[in-house]
Design a protein around this ligand. Structure first.
Ligand SMILES: Cc1ncc(COP(=O)(O)O)c(C=O)c1O
Length: 451
């Protein structure tokens, strides 16, 4: 066994035994490779040197209530005292959570729990293929649906890779990539054309109704409606991947906002405020194909599905979201950021647009609000990453990776927003003065294509 020398730093110890020193490819951020997190509470986290950061990264989205929310933490501790995983039958908590999701999410007649969002999207596509007997799935450039092969392509693509297949990993069978069609977001004509050509072979269309994995592309109503209409007309399964939008943008998800109801919905992240949960729900005739029902043909399993502590976290989160003005608070702060940041940036003479929805915001350094991924190629990556690295130096954490969105939580305050506006002004000014001085942008997106 390798024993670390007493003087070895924590990051060095991590890199010795964990590839790259982190447990997700999205956590290794250029310029911050020595970051060791030791505590999180409310709107902040602390590193192992005791430095506090106001957190707008929010672990890619789960802690809508803020970190380590006392009601959620209390419910988890209580569950742990009474119960742990037994792996047979069902618990009362799982029933209550499923009832709550079915009540809240318009498309959900039945629901199954997973541990991650990736598992939920995997099973959505598997059941769609099983029920339709078809081969193809459709995804959109810029959307991310997890790490599994059918959807591991065309997220943050380099300009020369847009329009072709751009896998985010090596090791995927070419025939799997061949079975995924990649279309343009917000392009209803492209969707109609794809259905005209391949409709009889399309098992599913999967979409982030708001593509937040590239910041924020707001969907046009005609686009979402076209997805619904074409899927209905051709007997394909429409999957809304609401892993980010699900609870964060409203208790009924984006389907509640848009009125466009998919056949299946995947959820995760904010449902349990940071505890590992995913959910797949939708039409009863589709969901009843899963092997949780005796004799049904679509295999579904997971040792940790419906873990009592995670279920307790989800129930406590949803209870609090229904009882307290959480959405009102985060939407108000989000509106403030989106309304006030442009005024802060305009005098600096830098082309910038601020967009987002509810608690989510993002500043792109370009002239026009983007509609499609192709529009985002105009974003000044050096500026986007550079000002965020300078924000980190000021104790404000917006993830310094290209196109990443930022999140507000119930624990953020107006004073935090004041500080965010001031810090942004200072960071952008410094970045402009330094010129394009971000030396290493090679890892500025870790969702780019794999060569
Ligand atoms: C929209 C969307 N779908 C699916 C996933 C995968 O979820 P998980 O990381 O929990 O597997 C993510 C993760 O970021 C996501 O943003």
């Amino acid at each position: 066994m390798q024993q670390p020398a007493p003087s070895t730093s924590l990051p060095e110890r991590a890199r010795r035994v964990i590839p790259g020193g982190v447990n997700s490819g999205q956590r290794n951020v250029p310029g911050l490779t020595d970051l060791v997190i030791s505590r999180a509470q409310g709107a902040s986290f602390w590193d192992s040197d005791g430095r506090q950061y106001t957190d707008y990264h929010a672990a890619f989205g789960p802690p809508l209530l803020g970190h380590n929310d006392p009601d959620v933490a209390g419910a988890v501790a209580e569950a742990g005292r009474k119960l742990d995983l037994c792996g047979v039958g069902v618990t009362e908590g799982e029933i209550e959570l499923a009832e709550t999701l079915v009540e809240l999410i318009p498309s959900m007649e039945r629901v199954l729990l997973t541990s991650t969002g990736s598992e939920a999207t995997f099973h959505a596509l598997r059941v769609a293929r099983a029920v339709t007997g078809r081969r193809l799935v459709v995804k959109f450039q810029g959307c991310y649906h997890g790490w599994h092969d059918s959807v591991s392509l065309n997220v943050i693509s380099a300009p020369e890779r847009v329009g072709g297949k751009d896998p985010i990993s090596t090791g995927i069978l070419p025939e799997v990539l061949d079975a995924t069609l990649v279309l343009r977001f917000n392009d209803p004509d492209g969707v109609r054309a794809a259905f005209a050509e391949h409709g009889a072979d399309i098992a599913a269309v999967i979409v982030e109704p708001v593509p937040h994995n590239v910041g924020c592309l707001l969907p046009e109503q005609e686009f979402l409606q076209t997805l619904r209409d074409e899927c209905t007309a051709h007997g394909s399964v429409l999957v809304f991947d609401e892993v980010i939008t699900g609870i964060r943008h409203g208790l009924a998800g984006w389907q509640g906002v848009s009125g466009v109801v998919p056949d299946l919905t995947t959820m995760g992240k904010a449902i349990a405020n940071g505890y590992p949960v995913g959910a797949l729900g939708g039409r009863a005739d589709l969901m009843d194909q899963f092997s949780s029902r005796p004799g049904a043909p679509v295999f579904f399993a997971g040792t940790y599905n419906g873990h009592p502590a995670v279920v307790a976290a989800a129930l406590a989160t949803l209870r609090k979201l229904r009882a307290e003005p959480v959405h009102e608070h985060v939407f108000r702060l989000g509106e403030r950021v989106r309304a006030e940041l442009p005024g802060v940036l305009a005098p600096l003479g830098v082309p910038a647009v601020v967009t987002g929805y509810g608690s989510v915001f993002v500043t792109y350094f370009m002239d026009e609000l983007p509609r499609t991924y192709e529009d985002l190629l105009a974003n000044d990556t050096g500026m986007f990453v550079g000002y965020r690295r300078r924000m980190v130096d000021q104790g404000i954490f917006e993830l310094p990776l290209n196109l990443k969105r930022s999140h507000l939580s119930y624990a953020h305050t107006d004073a935090d927003v004041d500080r965010l506006l001031e810090a942004t002004e200072r960071a952008v000014r410094e970045q402009l003065a330094a010129g394009d001085a971000v030396a290493d942008l090679s890892g500025a997106s870790t969702m780019g294509g794999a060569r």
